[in-house]
Ligand binder design. Structure first.
Ligand code: ADE
Length: 226
């Protein structure tokens, strides 16, 4: 898989991809993440990428030309499955979308700033718009990092324990059950006996029941049929 991220603030993405699981996935060649500095496509000697909005109003709007040129230069190299704009008015990102996107070959994530991007970019180039929640970030970079992380960890070989992504919260519309590690007794706080029993079918049953109970208490909306 390849993910191209278009941003006016490329440095914001250094650390999410420079550490831990994502960095290991990149080093192992399981995913290629390429960050593109939109300024390189900016207009004139000031490399302008934003301007006042027509009709008046506060806040600058990102211009169509630099974004269009950047996207078109990428499209000249390969076909993209989705060109995704990160925006608070997009569709709410969830595990199902992460699963679906993890099966794609090439993705572009476009990060917005200021008041947003010229609507014509959205009309002409964008195939999917994603929000990571009902709050407004100062830019799409952190949202793009969140979406990339959720996708990349699903790619085969990225997690050491192959089964662990499948038992995540949300994978079967249930939250994950509680987990414990040593010591079995910390100052009188004991690990549930069942987990020490070695009876694996019973342990699975217990975990499933715990997952259902936790989901019912915390996220009953997930249990509703849709
Ligand atoms: N850009 C700004 N806020 C955002 C959000 N909540 N989700 C995705 N992109 C954003």
């Amino acid at each position: 898989m390849r993910i191209d991220i278009i941003t006016a603030l490329p440095k914001l993405l250094d650390s999410p991809f420079g550490d831990s699981i994502l960095q290991r996935a990149i080093k192992r060649g399981l995913v290629e993440v390429v960050v593109h500095d939109l300024r390189k496509f900016g207009l004139g000697k000031h490399r302008q990428i934003d301007d006042y909005q027509f009709g008046g109003g506060a806040g600058m709007v990102m211009m169509i030309e630099p974004i269009a040129q950047c996207i078109e230069s990428l499209q000249a190299e390969r076909n993209y499955d989705e060109i995704i704009y990160m925006t608070p008015d997009g569709k709410r990102f969830d595990q199902k979308t992460a699963n679906a996107l993890s099966l794609k070959q090439n993705l572009i994530l476009l990060c917005g700033h200021y008041k947003g991007i010229d609507q014509r970019v959205r009309d002409a180039y964008i195939t999917m718009e994603l929000s990571i929640g009902d709050f407004v970030l100062s830019g799409g970079e952190l949202a793009a990092a969140v979406v990339s992380d959720a996708i990349i960890r699903l790619l085969p070989g990225v997690l050491n324990d192959e089964s662990s992504a499948l038992s995540d919260s949300f994978q079967d519309d249930l939250l994950a059950p509680p987990v414990y590690t040593r010591p079995a007794n910390y100052k009188g706080m004991k690990v549930p006996d069942i987990l020490l029993s070695g009876n694996f079918p019973k342990i699975e049953e217990w975990r499933h029941a715990q997952a259902e109970q936790r989901t019912l208490e915390r996220r009953p909306d997930l249990l509703r049929e849709d």
